[in-house]
Design a protein around this ligand. Structure first.
Ligand SMILES: *Cc1c(COP(=O)(O)O)cnc(C)c1O
Length: 365
């Protein structure tokens, strides 16, 4: 079986260094908010090119806390609207709802899967306060256009970078385009911890200082509480493990790009639509997602031929039980995407024989 994602094999590459990092944290006797977190935050900020990187407990918290901080700063209020793509992973939308703001869904472009920038302006109202673009599957959204629209209407831009660590366009990385960005280090993401972890990047000193308090009970000085905060800290252990893996992130991405390039040039089957890539460096291939009319049939065929696949995602957010109020709304492009997508195996530890196998089996379909 060609695994969709062999996490054991991915992390085995770094076993010696990860074990050293674990031992270092164990022996230090200091497990929360110490030197490992500081070092990882500095390294990750440098990697993204931002002034600040702030470790948090997970990617959802990263997005929730950014919006929460803008509320504490008096920039957002309950009932304000944030534009978000209709085909994103549910977390991007939950982060808006969790803050009593209103998610306004915008359709994506079919083959690139990212928010259709031509539709954004028509969704802006007097209540719109921000755009939350999601760099889905690892491909940067059309950020130059999004930033131009945001400036014109005085909106904040909050990037969901959970799938796009290291994606780069015009010398600017994911997480350095907007006013703030949320990253996830969930184990299966491009940069994955050995558990839950996340980070926020920003160049805004005031936002950073508000965020640092919010994630730590609303406190900057121990036992003095500025806000009704939460506990969403990134552990020393995960920070130490992430520092090991960050060093090799670009190497892993380069391998993924080569595999994606092979898929793009060698998969030739009229029943399969390949993903649209505008600029190579702007895609870090968190997922290689194809579309096909008879998706379930293709998935079964691939499975019968020893290829494991996953659907990202089977149900669009507006059809979820959690968003009953949207169930009768229609987002045809998003619906089509959710009905036809299937994600192929793609990771830095795939052998060229495995890549051959995927291509040959798909071409024989
Ligand atoms: C994974 C993911 C998140 C949430 O990250 P967690 O660390 O799992 O909370 C948010 N948005 C997108 C697009 C994601 O893929």
């Amino acid at each position: 079986m060609i695994k969709f994602l062999d996490l054991q094999k991915i992390n085995a590459q770094y076993k010696t260094e990860l074990t050293q990092a674990f031992n270092r944290v164990l022996d230090s006797g200091w497990y929360i908010m110490g030197a490992e977190l500081k070092l990882f935050e500095t390294d990750f900020a440098n990697y993204c090119g931002t002034k600040h990187a702030i470790g948090v407990a997970n990617g959802l918290d990263a997005l929730i806390l950014i919006i929460r901080a803008y509320k504490e700063m008096g920039i957002f209020q309950d009932g304000d609207e944030i534009l978000v793509p209709s085909n994103t992973y549910i977390a991007s939308i939950l982060a808006i709802s969790a803050n009593n703001l209103v998610p306004v869904l915008v359709e994506p472009k079919l083959e690139a899967f990212n928010i259709d920038v031509l539709l954004i302006e028509s969704k802006i109202t007097s209540k719109t306060k921000a755009i939350l673009p999601v760099h889905l599957y690892g491909q940067l959204c059309d950020m130059p256009v999004i930033i131009t629209i945001a400036k014109k209407y005085n909106l904040k831009v909050i990037e969901d970078c959970a799938q796009a660590h290291g994606a780069i366009l015009e010398n600017k990385k994911a997480g350095n385009w907007g006013d703030a960005a949320g990253f996830s280090f969930y184990p299966g993401k491009n940069l994955g911890a050995l558990g839950d972890a996340g980070a926020i990047t920003t160049n805004d000193d005031n936002l950073a200082s508000c965020l640092r308090a919010l994630l730590n009970y609303g406190s900057q000085v121990k036992y003095k509480n500025l806000y009704k905060g939460v506990n969403s800290r990134l552990d020393e252990l995960q920070a130490a493990l992430l520092s090991v893996k960050l060093k090799n992130l670009d190497v892993e991405t380069a391998v993924k790009r080569k595999i994606a390039e092979r898929y793009l040039t060698e998969i030739k089957n009229p029943k399969i639509t390949l993903p649209e890539v505008t600029i190579d460096s702007a895609h870090v291939w968190h997922l290689f997602v194809i579309m096909t009319d008879k998706r379930d049939e293709l998935q079964e065929y691939l499975n019968d031929n020893g290829i494991q696949t996953v659907i990202h995602y089977p149900i669009p957010p507006h059809k979820q039980e959690a968003y009953k109020e949207w169930n009768d709304m229609s987002f045809p492009i998003s619906e089509l995407i959710h009905q036809t997508v299937i994600s192929l195996p793609l990771s830095a530890v795939m052998t060229s024989e495995e890549v051959d196998g995927v291509i040959n089996v798909l071409n024989a379909y």
